[in-house]
Design a binder for this molecule. Structure first.
Ligand SMILES: Cc1ncc(COP(=O)(O)O)c(C=O)c1O
Length: 363
């Protein structure tokens, strides 16, 4: 029997215990949206309520927003649990998943926890970190049952277009496999967000949440979109974990969705302020290489000289600044910078990053 013993996620332990700093460029999401800005009153709240398989008003809103029927929606504790449910419902221990590389580390940790064999296909920097269906074709095996992608890509912010998703979907279908697309950062395209990949066929599953693009992480409002046979399976798997979400969180998530335009307006304003500052920072440096996405909240530069380990230590010890070292994405010469924070903090953090890079090159 495959073992369920697992040491957890090194990245999540970093994110929880070591990513905090006065100038935090490690976070990939929009800074927290304050409760007082949402029209929530005590009269809207209740501790317990009718929740069996999802809070119906929440499921209905998510279905409408994503152009699917309610039986295609499973609500979950963030994209994290959504990914877990999607993987657990589509894979048996000993089966194989083909995962993009680099990727969000939790995807790999969760697959390993589920006893799944993980293989990778590369998204290469010299190729703009795009998904190349030819590369997927080379790496897929007769045992592959799930292909996993992030769109936008974590750690680079690269967008996967629909033609590429379709090409990967065709490869999966021929192989009797499915495609899971984690779209948590696609939400950061706001009104320009393309339709979720679940519309490309029954063999696609999509996961997402309100955490990254809206600053609503505390609500843990996540979801899976999939065909009804799979959503049934996921609801039943979820019975083994959380059973239900916290009812007040479901109620607040409904209010957040009903007011999402105002929440998005604040997020877009933050990104509109921070994006040009990041762009001029990147253009000013010749000690890093990067692929700049038009979208999203993150960039993943590569250091030309010196080590990211040394840069990280300098940043923390002398500049009160944090980034995510690329070793958490299996690319130790890179580091991830996020721009979803307060504009003044972000500007100061990037200045400090520039000083640390100068200092590093002078050593
Ligand atoms: C690609 C990806 N998926 C899922 C998550 C987790 O999201 P959530 O906070 O919605 O659980 C993250 C968080 O960094 C992520 O980068």
């Amino acid at each position: 029997m495959p073992s369920r013993t697992h040491s957890g996620s090194p990245y999540m332990q970093f994110a929880k215990l070591r990513s905090e700093a006065k100038y935090n460029l490690a976070s990939s999401g929009i800074m927290s949206y304050p409760l007082k800005e949402l029209p929530v009153t005590m009269e809207d709240m209740e501790i317990c309520g009718p929740t069996l398989y999802g809070h119906a008003p929440l499921v209905e809103r998510l279905a409408k927003r994503n152009g699917v029927t309610p039986d295609c929606v499973v609500t979950a504790a963030g994209t994290s649990m959504a990914n877990h449910l999607a993987m657990a419902a589509t894979l048996e221990p000993g089966e194989e998943a083909l995962v993009e590389w680099p990727t969000y580390e939790l995807i790999v940790s969760t697959l390993e926890y589920l006893g799944v064999t993980v293989r990778h296909f590369d998204r290469r920097m010299e190729d703009g970190f795009r998904v190349d269906p030819e590369e997927v074709k080379r790496k897929i095996t007769p045992r592959t049952r799930l292909i996993v992608l992030t769109n936008l890509h974590n750690p680079t912010g690269a967008l996967i277009d629909e033609a590429t998703l379709r090409a990967v979907g065709d490869l999966a279908k021929k192989n009797d496999a499915r495609v899971l697309v984690d779209e948590v950062y696609l939400e950061a395209l706001y009104e320009r967000r393309p339709r979720p990949a679940v519309h490309l066929g029954d063999h696609f599953l999509v996961t997402s949440s309100l955490t990254k693009a809206y600053g609503l992480s505390g609500l843990r409002c996540g979801w899976v979109l999939a065909n009804p046979e799979l959503t049934q399976r996921m609801w039943h798997i979820n019975d083994l974990y959380g059973v239900n979400a916290a009812y007040p969180a479901d109620l607040m998530s409904v209010i957040a969705l009903d007011n999402l335009e105002r929440v998005a307006a604040r997020a877009k304003k933050l990104l509109e302020a921070n994006r040009p500052v990041l762009d001029s920072f990147l253009r000013s440096r010749n000690d890093i290489e990067y692929v700049r996405s038009e979208f999203g909240t993150i960039v993943f530069p590569k250091l030309r000289h010196g080590t990211v380990d040394r840069l990280d230590r300098l940043l923390r010890q002398e500049y009160e600044t944090s980034v995510v070292p690329g070793n958490y994405f299996g690319m130790p010469q890179h580091f991830r910078v996020g721009i979803g924070g307060d504009p003044e903090m972000t500007r100061a953090g990037l200045e400090r990053l520039g000083s640390a890079l100068d200092n590093l090159q002078a050593q």
